[in-house]
Design a protein around this ligand. Structure first.
Ligand SMILES: NC(=O)c1ccc[n+]([C@@H]2O[C@H](COP(=O)([O-])OP(=O)(O)OC[C@H]3O[C@@H](n4cnc5c(N)ncnc54)[C@H](OP(=O)(O)O)[C@@H]3O)[C@@H](O)[C@H]2O)c1
Length: 292
């Protein structure tokens, strides 16, 4: 299968390249320097040149706080880019696989969000990702959107790497304890995307549409930090665990408001034979990769 991947330098992009190494698929991977997904003529030229069997979009504007004052660029990458890629996929009559976010929700729920629950993004990033979902679905019927959350990996910048760095620098840390979500390893998400690609290749009729994919056990950022410190200490990544203080979101103001509760139900993914992965198992894997 010829797979066109955008956003090859990001967490998901790099993990997707890793999982493809063990396969016979032909991967055509692009970073923003080679393929700006908001550039219509470039997107057309690359897709026509590659003639892929499937397009996977791992590119996104992910700077949640910066987006509040840079909304034009956030919308170009998160709303226009997916639409342009989806139009090309529709022209070739091939599937378009895209990744979105839990930040399309306002966080007022008390039980896990399902894909059909009302959306109400609280910031520019979430609104721009939601616009991308709507645009691409209108442009290409054969689409799969996977909303994910709290992504971590051995690559790039993420909460796990930040916590490990801070644990080496400080004796005590304060972490927000009133926002709940599901940590997700980018490598698990990459495996799930590959599985969907391969089901299409095998001729399985895929149920196009919107799904949720995230780690199995909801936690708070504080709970996630505690797990990171415990596992890092166990694996010898850090020599001692810093004192961990629980604080409220009010005590850690950010330019973009985050949902208090963005736990998502992954039940619908059963139709692909995919289950929510264990983020604690993947956390141990990532920490061991970080130590080499
Ligand atoms: N990170 C999270 O916690 C999180 C949570 C929920 C959902 N998501 C979603 O999950 C997906 C993967 O996120 P991630 O963490 O892997 O993101 P990431 O590490 O920030 O990578 C995003 C990549 O997008 C590329 N990009 C930015 N603007 C571009 C443009 N105009 N054209 C082409 N490429 C462009 C960048 O490429 P270059 O490096 O080449 O410049 C970057 O490597 C995204 O859709 C994101 O919205 C992420």
């Amino acid at each position: 299968m010829r797979i066109l991947l955008t956003g090859k330098n990001g967490q998901l992009g790099r993990c997707f390249q890793d999982v493809l190494k063990d396969t016979n698929h032909e991967l055509f991977a692009y970073g923003s320097a080679e393929l700006n997904i908001a550039d219509a003529s470039l997107v057309t030229a690359v897709v026509q040149q590659v003639k892929p069997d499937i397009i996977v979009n791992a590119a996104a504007y992910t700077a949640v706080d910066k987006a509040e004052t840079d909304s034009e660029n956030a919308y170009l990458v998160n709303a226009k880019g997916p639409e342009l890629l989806a139009r090309q996929a529709a022209n070739l009559d091939i599937p378009f696989i895209h990744v979105s976010t839990d930040y399309v929700f306002d966080g007022a729920a008390v039980q896990p969000y399902s894909p059909t629950d009302p959306i109400n993004p609280q910031g520019v990033y979430g609104a721009s990702k939601l616009a991308g979902e709507i645009n691409l679905a209108a442009a290409c019927e054969k689409h799969i959107i996977l909303r994910t959350a709290w992504v971590f990996s051995e690559y790039g910048n993420n909460f796990v790497k930040t916590m490990v760095r801070l644990a080496k620098e400080r004796d005590a840390l304060s972490v927000v304890a009133d926002q709940y979500g599901c940590p997700t390893y980018a490598g698990d998400l990459a495996q799930a995307i590959l599985k969907i690609c391969e089901q299409h290749e095998q001729g399985k009729a895929l149920a196009w549409g919107l799904y949720h994919y995230c780690g199995d056990t909801p936690t708070s950022w504080h709970g996630f930090a505690r797990a990171i410190f415990a596992k890092s200490y166990e694996l010898g990544v850090i020599s001692s665990c810093p004192q961990l203080k629980a604080i409220s979101s009010d005590q850690y103001p950010t330019p973009a408001k985050r949902p208090e509760y963005s736990v998502m139900s992954t039940q619908a993914l059963a139709s692909f034979g995919i289950q929510a992965p264990s983020w604690s198992i993947s956390l141990a894997l990532v920490l061991s990769k970080l130590t080499g």
